[in-house]
Design a protein around this ligand. Sequence first.
Ligand code: FAD
Ligand code: EPU
Length: 344
Amino acid sequence: MLNHYNMCNIINNFSLKEIHTFGINVRAKHFVSFESIIELKEIINSNVFFNNKSFILGGGSNLLFTKDYDGLIIHNKITGICILEDNNSNIIVEVGGGVNWHEFVMWSVSQKLSGIENLALIPGTVGASPIQNIGAYGAEVKDSIKRVYAFDIKKKKLKIFTNKECKFGYRDSIFKANLKNKFIITKVEFTLSKIPLNKTTYGAIQEELKDLNLSPSPNNIARAVMNIRIRKLPNPDEIGNGGSFFKNPIIKTSDFKKLQKRFPKIVGHKTSEEETKIAAGWLIDNAGLKGYRKGDAGVHNNQALVLVNYGNASGTDIISLSRMIQKKVLEKYGIQIEPEVTIL
Ligand code: FAD
Ligand code: EPU
């Protein structure tokens, strides 16, 4: 105990309502922010850390709190975007874990760099981007990440993970699996291309560019993606939500073909010859649940994969709704859908 001390600015009984996007009215027993590794070390060495369970928070955009958090919430606020290498074809840039993801995307396109423009307007922090390998509109962050710097909570020292060591998958990484809650990501190194990748084949990007009378470029693709997202997804500043509540299930292609016979309009894309990823939004929508509302917990009107808090829903209201949806989807299609959001 002698080694543990209290220097950091720990706040007690802290309201979490405004700092996560579901807007659930919950409190943390203790809350603290860090802006540097030195401050993070102070926290890890403090009595409060030693005596409590803890949880690392970024932008709070992939979380559902079901009750008050009886421990220490540690909020990552490490900033900074720094170019490490610049050659003919690409640059390597390191970015603080607390930097807002969308601001980093806007910085990247302002430099005419390519790789992450399809991921514009995803809420949250750079430090959380590797956790579930954020993805949208034909891109995944794993394709731009070079290395991840993470602080080992137990060993109290930094470890650098190569891209391969992160074991990225669909909405998955080693930080969401074996190393869950064991490392705090302090910064991420990205390789960004000077040659535009112009990934425009996913969804309505091409149509949107045409409507805007724009040719493909990193900046224009980001604009198109932003327009599409604004139309489809609820703005957390207006309606509480955590993005897609469930992951899209991946099933055997042979099973998908059987489902197709029963539901000819079912939406799925092969991820390999053997496996097909199904649009869970379609499954929920086609089960008649789009727009369903019970109290202040609901299924979004434009995107059935997104559960929303219309104001005063509790975390358990959202969980009850999610369980009802899982049950209906299992009964109708024989598919178990799993949450994407972290539930606390
Ligand atoms: P948080 O919600 O704060 O945390 C999420 C998890 O990561 C927690 O387990 C937390 O402990 C952990 N974590 C956070 N920071 C760190 C760190 N520095 N070190 C270690 N662990 C950490 N996701 C997509 O992939 N694609 C989308 O298109 C997409 N669209 C969305 C749209 C909306 C409207 C919303 C609300 C969410 C959307 N999301 C999407 C989900 C979310 O934006 C991402 O998962 C994002 O990366 C979460 O970042 P965050 O900083 O808010 O993480
Ligand atoms: N669909 C419906 N009804 C709905 C919703 C979707 O029929 O209510 C159909 C659509 O018509 C489309 C298909 O389902 O044919 C897929 O829909 P969409 O393109 O909106 O994508 P999604 O699979 O629902 C995924 C990600 C999103 C990401 C978008 C765009 C997951 C779990 N979700 O959603 O990520 O932004 O693709 O790439 O993979 C998130 O992870 O939080 C998230 C928002």
